[in-house]
Design a binder for this molecule. Structure first.
Ligand code: FPP
Length: 248
């Protein structure tokens, strides 16, 4: 996490995105909702490419939440097949671009093909450093916190951790993004103003940006608008504006 004394950087190091609006994009065209998810892949590609272009170090995409399992079975099925299909098709190009791919979320809820595809893509891109692309699948912020809390409790129970040593840094390391700086910028497309159980711990001091663009229409110009808005924000991390300005 940046210290309060650091001035806001023009380009966020880590961007987290809720890609919302696929269903409405499709419905407006009298297409099935799943056509919106397929169309959303183009926006994923554009966002990854533009992250590399702008020098963003990490991008975290919310592809499927813990709660999305409750959607109609055929939509869940299409989404799961789409992840595997996209992975197989795009992994070489991602590797060439220097992208390291990583999945966060509860893999115990996923099918074998998905889990194997994810592990293979992670392995194939493990040495890349240009952009860390975290894809959240079967992920929920509460699940992440609970899983970390359970692990910490086990360590204390087993004598591997002294309770007094349990501080924010130690707890943060147990989370799914424990090795990643907190997101500087959060973007949600599709017009809703919610965090929807995304990275609950990590977003504590993230700058939030909401836009009405439906995800399949989100492009480099929309992304630039979000980054420009971010660059104008004053990040205070709990301090006063005078303190932050005085420290510059
Ligand atoms: C939310 O829109 C979107 C999703 C639940 C799925 C996002 C998935 C993709 C963009 C597909 C590919 C992704 C990767 C990383 C390969 P919604 O369905 O809730 O839209 P609505 O609010 O208009 O109904």
């Amino acid at each position: 996490m940046p210290t309060p004394q650091e001035p806001a950087a023009a380009v966020p190091r880590h961007v987290a995105v809720i890609m919302d609006g696929n269903g409405r994009w499709a419905q407006r065209r009298h297409l099935p909702r799943t056509a919106g998810h397929r169309a959303g892949i183009k926006a994923v590609r554009a966002t990854v490419e533009h992250s590399v272009r702008r020098g963003v170090g990490a991008l975290t995409l919310f592809a499927f939440s813990s709660e999305n399992w409750r959607r109609p079975a055929d939509e869940v099925d299409v989404l799961m097949k789409l992840f595997v299909e996209v992975l197989g098709r795009e992994v070489d190009e991602l590797a060439e671009k220097g992208v390291r791919l990583r999945f966060i979320g509860d893999r115990s809820a996923l099918g074998t093909r998905s889990v194997e595809g994810m592990a293979a893509a992670e392995e194939r891109t493990a040495g890349n450093e240009r952009l860390l692309l975290n894809v959240a699948v079967s992920y929920g912020g509460r699940w992440d916190l609970l899983t970390a809390a359970r692990r910490m409790a086990e360590k204390v129970r087993d004598g591997a951790l002294d309770l007094d040593a349990l501080d924010e840094a130690a707890f943060g390391r147990e989370l799914q993004l424990g090795d990643c700086p907190d997101p500087d910028l959060f973007i949600r497309t599709g017009g809703e103003h919610r965090i929807s159980n995304f990275l609950l711990w990590n977003l504590a001091y993230t700058e939030l940006y909401f836009c009405d663009t439906l995800w399949p229409d989100f492009d480099a110009a929309d992304y630039d608008a979000a980054i420009e808005c971010f660059a104008r924000r004053e990040r205070r991390f709990g301090l006063t504006s005078g303190q932050v300005r005085g420290a510059r």
